[in-house]
Design a protein around this ligand. Structure first.
Ligand SMILES: Nc1ncnc2c1ncn2[C@@H]1O[C@H](COP(=O)(O)OP(=O)(O)OP(=O)(O)O)[C@@H](O)[C@H]1O
Ligand SMILES: [Mg+2]
Length: 472
C-alpha cells in the first residue's frame, strides 16, 4: 500500500450505491470522490490523478466502457475496475478486452469489493515500481550519462550515434576502467533494440564448459546437473544486444563455437540438435590487444575479423585530462548526496593534483577516489588532504628518472621479472589474497593473473596472505 492514503473515484448513476461505496471507502481510509455519470467522472479525471476508478458500466450518456477508454488516454496509470450487472458475462469479457484492470459483478458484498480494490492498488504499486526500474535501466545507457567533452570522447559519442542503428558487430577496446561497458550500454540504448534486453557476460569469469552453457543454453540431461532445458544468453538477448565482455579471455575452442554463431546467426544448445535462430547484436570488449593475440596464435584470426567490424577505442583518462574536472564533479554529486554537510566542490588545489596524475585505473580509479574523499571530507569542499598519498606524492618526472639506464647497464629481463613479481605479491597482500581484486589492482584479468602466478611459482594459500597482512 502507498504511504499517502489512496484516492478513489466512484462512478454510479444510482445514488444509494454511490453513498454506500463512498461510506465504505472513506471508513477504510481512502480519499473518495463521487460522480453520478461518465461525463462528470471524466471531468474529475482531468483534474485529479486517481489511484483507482470504480465505475458502473451501464449509465446514461457516457457508459463505463467509454469512460474506461478515455481514462486510459488521460491517466494511463490509474487502475480501472468496472461493476457489471449480474450474469452479464458478455459485459465482463468486453471490459477486459478494453483493458479494465478488474471487474466485479453486482450485487457484491462489502468485503468482496474492498478486496478487489485493494488488490488493484497493490498491482498498481508494483507496476509503478517496475516502470521506475525500467526507466533507471534505460537511463544507465543514455549518452548523457557518459561524461566527457574532450575531443576523443566527442569522437566516441559521434561514432556511437552513427553506428547504433546498424546492428553491426562492435569491438570496444581500451584499458581497464575507461568506460567500455558504459559505451556498450549506450550503443544499445541508442539503437532500435533499446526496448529489448541488453545482456552482459564476462567471458573471463567462466570455465569453458560453463561459458558454453551460459551462452548457448542446454537440454535436459546434457550433463550431470542439467535437470531441465535452459535458455542461454544468446536466446535471452534475442531482439536485443549481447555484450561479450573480456572476449580476449575466451579459450580457442570456445572461439570456434562463437565464430560459428556469428556466421550462422543461430545457436545449438549443449546436448541439443536443433538450430535455433538468434537475432542478437553482438558488442564485444577487451582490454587486450587482440591483433597481437592473433599474431601470437591465442586469438583466432577469422573470429577477430568477424568481431572487429566496427572498432571503438576508448582512450585512457591520461590522454584526455580535460575530462577529469567534469568527471570528478559528476562523482561528487553521486557520492556527496548521503553526507550530512553538502559538498560544494573540489578545491582548485586538489584538482591540480588530480589533473597531474596518470590514473592507471582510469575513470574507475577516479570514481573510487572521489567516493572515498566524499566520505572522509569533513568540510564542504574536497581538499588535497583527502587524496591518497600516492597522488599527492605522484611526480611523473621522478618515475621516469627511476628508469634511467645506469652506466653499467642492467639485466632487463631479470629486472622486469622482479618488478612483475613484486607488484603481484603487493596486490595479493593488499587484497588478502583475493585474486579478483588483485587482478583489478593490476589492471589485468583474473586469467592473466593466474597465468603469472604459475610463471612466478607463487603458491597462494589464503592464510599466507592474511598472516602477512596481519604482520604489516
Ligand atoms: N565517461 C564516463 N562518465 C561517467 N562514468 C564513467 C565514465 N567512464 C567510466 N565511468 C564509470 O567508471 C566505472 C568503470 O567503467 P566501466 O565498467 O564501463 O569500465 P570498463 O572499461 O568496462 O572497465 P573493465 O575493462 O575493467 O571492465 C563505472 O562505474 C562507470 O560508470
Ligand atoms: Mg568492463
Amino acid at each position: 500500500m502507498p504511504n499517502t492514503s489512496p484516492t478513489i473515484l466512484i462512478v454510479d448513476d444510482e445514488p444509494s450505491m454511490r453513498e454506500l461505496l463512498e461510506r465504505v471507502f472513506r471508513r477504510t481510509g481512502y480519499r473518495v470522490m463521487v460522480a453520478e455519470n461518465g461525463e462528470r467522472a471524466l471531468d474529475a479525471i482531468r483534474g485529479t490523478v486517481f489511484d483507482v476508478v470504480l465505475s458502473d458500466v451501464r449509465m446514461p450518456r457516457l457508459t463505463g466502457t467509454e469512460l474506461l477508454a478515455e481514462c486510459r488516454q488521460v491517466s494511463p496509470e490509474t487502475m480501472v475496475i468496472l461493476m457489471t450487472a449480474h450474469g452479464s458475462v458478455e459485459q465482463a469479457r468486453e471490459a477486459f478486452k478494453l483493458g479494465a484492470d478488474d471487474f466485479i459483478q453486482k450485487p457484491f458484498d462489502i468485503d468482496e469489493i474492498k478486496l478487489v480494490v485493494q488488490n488493484a492498488l497493490e498491482r498498481s504499486e508494483l507496476r509503478k515500481e517496475v516502470a521506475i526500474l525500467r526507466r533507471e535501466l534505460n537511463d544507465r545507457g543514455k549518452l548523457e550519462n557518459i561524461i566527457g567533452r574532450s575531443r576523443p570522447m566527442r569522437e566516441v559519442f559521434q561514432l556511437i550515434q552513427t553506428i547504433a542503428a546498424t546492428g553491426s558487430t562492435v569491438l570496444i577496446t581500451g584499458e581497464s576502467g575507461v568506460g567500455k561497458e558504459l559505451v556498450a550500454r549506450a550503443i544499445h540504448a541508442c539503437s532500435p533494440r533499446a526496448e529489448n534486453p541488453f545482456i552482459s557476460i564476462n567471458c573471463g569469469a567462466f570455465t569453458e564448459t560453463l561459458l558454453e552453457s551460459e551462452l548457448f543454453g542446454y537440454m535436459k540431461g546434457a550433463f550431470t546437473g542439467a535437470g531441465a532445458n535452459k535458455k542461454g544468453l544468446f536466446e535471452a538477448s534475442h531482439g536485443g544486444t549481447i555484450f561479450l565482455d573480456e572476449i580476449g579471455e575466451m579459450s580457442l575452442s570456445m572461439q570456434v563455437k562463437l565464430l560459428r554463431v556469428l556466421q550462422e546467426r543461430s545457436i545449438r544448445r549443449v546436448g541439443g540438435t536443433e538450430e535455433i535462430p538468434v537475432d542478437s547484436r553482438v558488442v564485444a570488449a577487451t582490454n587486450r590487444d587482440l591483433s597481437r593475440m592473433v599474431d601470437d596464435g591465442t586469438f583466432r584470426k577469422d573470429l577477430y575479423f568477424r568481431v572487429n567490424v566496427i572498432p571503438i577505442n576508448v582512450p585512457p583518462l591520461r590522454e584526455r585530462r580535460e575530462d577529469i574536472r567534469e568527471l570528478a564533479n559528476h562523482f561528487l554529486v553521486k557520492y556527496g548526496a548521503m553526507r550530512p554537510i553538502p559538498l560544494t566542490g573540489i578545491s582548485e588545489e586538489a584538482l591540480k593534483y588530480l589533473e597531474n596524475y596518470d590514473f592507471p585505473g582510469n575513470v574507475r580509479e577516479l570514481e573510487n577516489l572521489i567516493e572515498r574523499a566524499a566520505a572522509l571530507e569533513p568540510t564542504s569542499e574536497i581538499r588535497p588532504e583527502r587524496l591518497p598519498e600516492s597522488i599527492l606524492k605522484y611526480d611523473p618526472t621522478k618515475i621516469a628518472s627511476a628508469f634511467d639506464l645506469p652506466d653499467h647497464g642492467i639485466n632487463l629481463e631479470n629486472f622486469l621479472t622482479e618488478i612483475e613479481k613484486s607488484y603481484i605479491l603487493q596486490a595479493l597482500r593488499r587484497t588478502r589474497g583475493n585474486q579478483t581484486k588483485a587482478a583489478e589492482l593490476l589492471g589485468m584479468s583474473v586469467r592473466s593473473l593466474r597465468h603469472l602466478l604459475d610463471k612466478h611459482k607463487i603458491r597462494q594459500t589464503a592464510s599466507v596472505f592474511r598472516e602477512t597482512t596481519l604482520e604489516e
